[in-house]
Design a protein around this ligand. Sequence first.
Ligand code: GNR
Ligand code: NI
Length: 170
Amino acid sequence: MAKLPILEFPDERLRTKAAPVETVDDEVRQLVDDMLETMYDARGIGLAATQIDVHRRVVVMDVSDDNSQPLVLINPRYTPIGDEKELLSEGCLSIPEHYAEVPRYLKVQLNALDRNGETYELEAEGLLAHCIQHEYDHLEGVLFVDYLSPLKRDRIRKKMQKRHKQMQDA
Ligand code: GNR
Ligand code: NI
């Protein structure tokens, strides 16, 4: 397995729309394993392939407290259940140290392929539902800052640029 570097906002590569996976083969399974290692190491609850500069529709997630429930989502799709939304404070491994409340559907039905290429469905709500929508957005090149006012987004962009400059100078 390998831990991979995570792209950070405002890197334009995060704006790439990911292509569907045609066959869930060993190469895709290796990508999934590398993404799980990268996500657990970074202490995130989800990671989209887009974030490691691989533009294919692959997501990993684990919302458990003890890293015991890895979820693999290949070519995920979701449909809202009802039209109720809720606000939840979100973070993103591509926007470290910044958090903001984002409105998401409270409940969604997920359809995806697992690591064996088998279709599955699940109903999610709360944090898992938020995470599914957040990761799906990554595959479309969308980030949580896109839901904020231009002023807040710009403030975060400037702080991230400062962080990258400091990392370069160090
Ligand atoms: O670690 C993460 N926490 C989180 C919290 C609320 C809603 C979504 C997330 S996903 C995020 C990891 C990440 O950046 N996934 O793309
Ligand atoms: Ni994210």
